[in-house]
Design a protein around this ligand. Sequence first.
Ligand code: ZN
Ligand code: ZN
Length: 331
Amino acid sequence: MTARKRQAWNYTPELPLRSAPFLHWPLRPVAITRHLVKTWRPLTSRVFMLAVAFGLWQWARPSLAEAESLRLGWILEIWVRNIVVLAVVAGGLHLFLQRHRVQGDGLRYDGRPLTRNKSLFLFNDQVKDNMFLSLVPAMLVATAWETLGWWAYANGVAPHWSFSDNPVWFIVLLGLIPIWSVLYFGAGHWLLHRRPVYTHVHSWHHRNMNIGPWSGLSMHPLEHVILYSDILLLLVVPSSPVHMLFAMMHHTVGAPMSHTGYDAVRLPARQRFELGDFHHQLHHRFIECNYGGLESPLDELIGAFHDGTPTGDRIVTERLRRLSEARQPNP
Ligand SMILES: [Zn+2]
Ligand SMILES: [Zn+2]
């Protein structure tokens, strides 16, 4: 480990960060295959989100007949279920990593504690503020979008294809959803960094300089509306509710997992459960970089890709200087 890494970060994954090989020409089939195997390994947040989506589809969903009409009963059930899923995942990770510090600072990017006694946060406490914004507005908005989705499938507004209608498309679409999710998130996130939207809306999320699981959905309610609106794609392309649930779990489950501040949870027998999103951790520290993810071309296209190295520091410092000059009123 270099002196800079020791100073700037408690832990980093292998640097420089590189965007996914399928974004680079000429295409390298071996590198792409390796990337797919790595991102779809069983002990990863992606496969966990898929498992949760299938679990909800199997055991915790309204029938299409029920969803034909907007009745309070099934809507309340999915609202409570969404709160439970979030509380188990974000709460479990918080207790394990932050409260009881079972792993100490092992594999933790930023060793500083979360913020307490700061009037910036609701209840003067980062964790309580983050929990409130995640459990209350985020789950209300998520439930509203999911309700719209179920109603649209049940009433033929969204084209509903099950596995038996087209098994190949069913599987291909499951594979495309993570890519769609990061493309949509990146574009929306970049727009949220424009003034004055940043000042009034997205700055809420950026109060979290250092992050924990509850920070993932800690944001202005308007941002929740934008975040979950990526399911609109599934209302126009042939899909099944399990695709919608997989897309939604990228936020309800994925946001807490990508904001733990840890690269992975250590498991017995030297196994790891992959959580980390150092790319987004850099965004929380440097703010005007890494709006998308490693499977999105956005940051490289606009010169905002921070790869975690001193070169990345320089690129982003220069970008910040240009942005701040552009924001100065002309003399
Ligand atoms: Zn974030
Ligand atoms: Zn941001």
